[in-house]
Design a binder for this molecule. Structure first.
Ligand code: PFF
Length: 454
């Protein structure tokens, strides 16, 4: 079967940005900004995106398109007989692990969307002051711990993934991204405009954008590095897999810069949405930890605005789009691998193999927030264990070995050939990327890694 490719440049960018833009940008980024002292974090984050994110992304793109295969077979093709394919195995494991709990959270966003439509989200709870943070915190805690509903919504998300992925690269992933990504940006622009028109907008923007250098500590830098890695979808095989669908004439350097810049732009826009809003409604001192920002603080904000339900619907739609496009890219890693390796390109069979186990694992993950919370792995619930194992261990490990492979062991001239489209374009990127991949990125990733255990 001929290898599938994306049909257009815009489609390829939309799909890759769709993978990168996710819950990481919408809630994790503002939470990190808040926890790390505002503008100081932002500055370091931007540096991390360009010093670490862009070169590693270029490396993943080169691997995927040059190796023309899934995240494991690219290494087998480029380094036959060597153990580098294990990096691909770890990438596959990372994407599948993240997918299993990301689906649960994506399910929450769908439920919050539905209950915004029905109005149930804003129904008062006996004993709590209407519209208070206690009301929404209780709702959230009760909701995630109930056994049935979150499982049903998780399964619905698996079904959505199945439908899109069944359509294949052009008619499934690309079509969905072309449709949803513009909607996501329009919604973001709308929210930015509304937030900037609020009374305390100036203060919020200042908190977010004004760098306070005294707050830059090693801890802040490491958090920013980790956030950049997660937000740009690095180290999970998704970018390798998607770039194996890039046509031969795609400019990989430019694409990596565009995708990283758009991902950063979404994070920046979310900062512009969140900080003016929480300042204006007197919620700036609430902690955004965990999922609080989107499921507790923002409903409080909407409650205080005219048109509560409409804003709530639009916001959870935005969140759902961000989450779904990311889950699709995570699932595609395994679907592409199984289709290539076991089913001669038959996506239907490969989808079954990939999604059926998720019908068990993801519901278990959901239940680990409630009835199964007493079952622990290394002292953590299944949900938390999969989260920390994948983000703290697998991601840096895959990123590190990939950089070492590309920087030191890949066939001579491989990166240059890919980044210049075999000499067809002139570009400074191969040299710059090589230095960053050889020395800078491994060092920085090593730092994240060590800090997780320190
Ligand atoms: N980048 C996504 C986010 O910011 O939420 C998460 C993600 C998606 C990570 C896809 C990894 C991935 F392969």
């Amino acid at each position: 079967m001929a290898k599938q490719t994306f049909g257009s440049k815009a489609g390829l960018i939309a799909a890759t940005v769709g993978s990168a833009v996710g819950l990481g940008n919408i809630w994790r980024f503002p939470a990190e900004v808040q926890a790390n002292g505002g503008g100081a974090f932002l500055l370091v984050y931007i540096l991390c995106v360009f010093l670490l994110g862009v070169p590693v992304m270029m490396g993943e793109f080169a691997l995927g398109r040059g190796g023309r295969g899934d995240t494991i077979s690219v290494y087998r093709r480029l380094a036959p007989g060597k153990p580098w394919w294990l990096t691909g195995v770890l990438g596959l494991l990372a994407s599948y692990t993240i997918l299993s709990f990301y689906l649960v959270v994506a399910g929450w966003t769908l439920e919050y969307l539905v209950s915004s439509v029905t109005g149930d989200l804003y129904a008062t709870i006996p004993g709590d002051a209407p519209g208070s943070s206690a009301q929404f915190a209780h709702r959230m805690a009760e909701y995630v711990a109930t056994p049935v509903k979150p499982v049903v919504f998780t399964i619905l998300l698996i079904v959505i993934n199945a439908v899109v992925l069944l359509g294949g690269v052009q008619k499934g992933i690309e079509k969905m991204s072309n449709l949803l990504m513009p909607v996501l940006f329009l919604l973001l622009i709308l929210f930015c405009c509304v937030s900037l028109s609020l009374p305390e907008a100036g203060e919020g923007v200042t908190f977010f954008l004004k760098p306070d250098f005294s707050k830059i500590t090693p801890g802040v830098c490491i958090d920013a590095l980790g956030q950049a890695f997660f937000s740009l979808s690095l180290g999970m095989g998704t970018l390798v897999t998607y770039s194996s669908y890039f046509p031969k004439d795609t400019r990989l350097g430019r694409t990596a810069v565009t995708v990283s810049a758009l991902d950063l732009l979404v994070a920046l826009m979310m900062g512009i949405v969140i900080f003016p809003a929480v300042m204006s409604f007197g919620l700036a001192n609430e902690s955004f930890e965990g999922a609080t920002l989107v499921f507790v603080t923002l409903p409080e904000v909407f409650m205080q605005m005219p048109g509560t339900q409409a804003w709530s619907i639009l916001f959870f739609l935005l969140l759902l789009i961000a989450a779904v496009t990311s889950t699709i890219s995570l699932a595609e890693v395994a679907v592409a691998f199984a289709a290539d390796r076991y089913f001669k390109g038959n996506r239907r069979k490969s989808l079954l193999l990939v999604l059926l186990p998720l019908l068990i694992v993801s519901p278990l993950c959901s239940l680990s927030n409630g009835v199964l919370s007493h079952v622990t792995i290394f002292g953590q619930t299944l949900f938390n264990f999969l989260d920390t194992f994948s983000t703290n261990i697998l991601l840096p490990l895959v990123g590190l070995t990939m950089c070492i492979y590309l920087g030191w062991f890949a066939p001579r001239g491989f990166l240059e050939e890919e980044l210049t489209n075999r000499g067809a374009i002139r570009s400074l990127w191969p040299r710059v990327a090589m230095v960053l991949l050889r020395y800078v990125a491994p060092l920085l990733i090593l730092l994240i890694f060590i800090s997780r255990f320190a």
